[in-house]
Design a protein around this ligand. Sequence first.
Ligand SMILES: [Zn+2]
Ligand SMILES: [Zn+2]
Length: 257
Amino acid sequence: MNQEQLLQLVAKHASPPRALSASNNSLLPGTGFCAVCARPILATYCQCYRCDQDQKGEYGGELADQVITLSYAVKGHSQKAQFYSDLFRYKDDQPSRVAQNRLLAMVALTRMAHSACFVSEGEFSWVTGVPSTRGRKTLLVELSRVLMPDVDFLETRFVGNPAVPRDRVLTPDAFEISHRISGRVLVVEDTWVTGSNAQSLAIQLKRAGASHVTIVTLARLLDYRDRETAAYINGGGIDHDWGLQPCPVIQRDCTSL
Ligand SMILES: [Zn+2]
Ligand SMILES: [Zn+2]
């Protein structure tokens, strides 16, 4: 498939993150979006409550160095509801191939348009996906390989108790890295709600020797019941089609770089 055909699979369904649809580059902290996870927040803050708590907590110095958000998906809102359900249906017991193809297309397009942007501060030594807490083989392995085909895939395992809720606290010990590593690591995660699993894995990667961890999230899940999210959406925030520019890595147009 060529770029145009891939775009047709994704553009109408997914939403670009933050104000990336607007032609501004005022995406610095304090502009109404969490500097870590891109959740709409009051402009008086730099980070959402949860990201702020994580940074002030006991693992604050070991969190991911960079979080790249490829899109928004919104819970509780009819607009682009298909994409929100894709993010669950792609990993159902009987996964939706349409949903899987949409996510694969999003990652393939990101690779085509932004591979140089991803490595502008250094090449990655490893790529990995956040392992399934239910021990399943997930599409994240394939997505990781599509995004970074020339980088070795790092095996990681979930060794925690899947019955224990982990969304409120970071639990790095719930993840196991197969061996000592070094260099920069790219972590691929499907959805970000609190970021607990991805950040817990990032901490464990640092402890295993990673010098730098970047997390790529396919979709930041937003909840329309949240006041700042509702204000962003009601103001037309997700009315735009998902596209290749501005760049999700550098957060402005990267075609002239
Ligand atoms: Zn946040
Ligand atoms: Zn780019």
